[in-house]
Design a protein around this ligand. Sequence first.
Ligand SMILES: [Mg+2]
Length: 232
Amino acid sequence: MSDAPTKEMDRSALDPEVEKALKALDLDPARPLIISDADEVLLQFVAGLELYLDRQGLWLDLQSFALSGNIKEKVTNKPVPIERTPDLLADFFVSEAGKLEAVEHAASALKTLSGRAQIIILTNIPFAQRDARAESLARQGMDYPVIANKGLKGAAVHYLAKQTSGPTFFLDDLPHNIRSVAEAHEPSRRLHFIADKRLAKLLPPSEHSHFHSSHWPDAQTFIEEELSTSGF
Ligand SMILES: [Mg+2]
């Protein structure tokens, strides 16, 4: 949840800062790749956002899968102006990027999967909060390379996938990222994962995904079976 596609984002373009971080990764070309989003996949984004909003006298009305228009004042119940959403989110990331709690079973699933694949966390967090996020994930048992991405994720996934010969898995809660990855790297296996069950109910599974879940043990099984099918 958290980011929305904007017109100026070119699907095929890789942000220079993102490219620099991707280049610095030490990938094993022979091992499969699992590329996972963080917010609402590995970390409880909405639950953390609700705690933050509560402290600002606001609440999130989960009537649709969007933040803009659904953040409301507690006293008046009026939506805060849509133009304020980016500032609220920016402040949320500054104050909470290092504090979000892990999604249940995410760390143990990734730990098991890391025996058969290399794991990269690709998260649309501001560059300034990348380290806080990486430390928070490591503290909660998810010590994997963290790349702060900007915009749609297809270009970054394509960049990583072309350096490896094994299968590439991609997990995200946002349909526009899953579509972007489908377009940029069609052979990827795409999991539409939305940890918060209230949110998951608001959105149909992405037509560009191969699997849909809110439960990490099920996602782990799907990936393990796919790895076995591919001979890994
Ligand atoms: Mg997300």
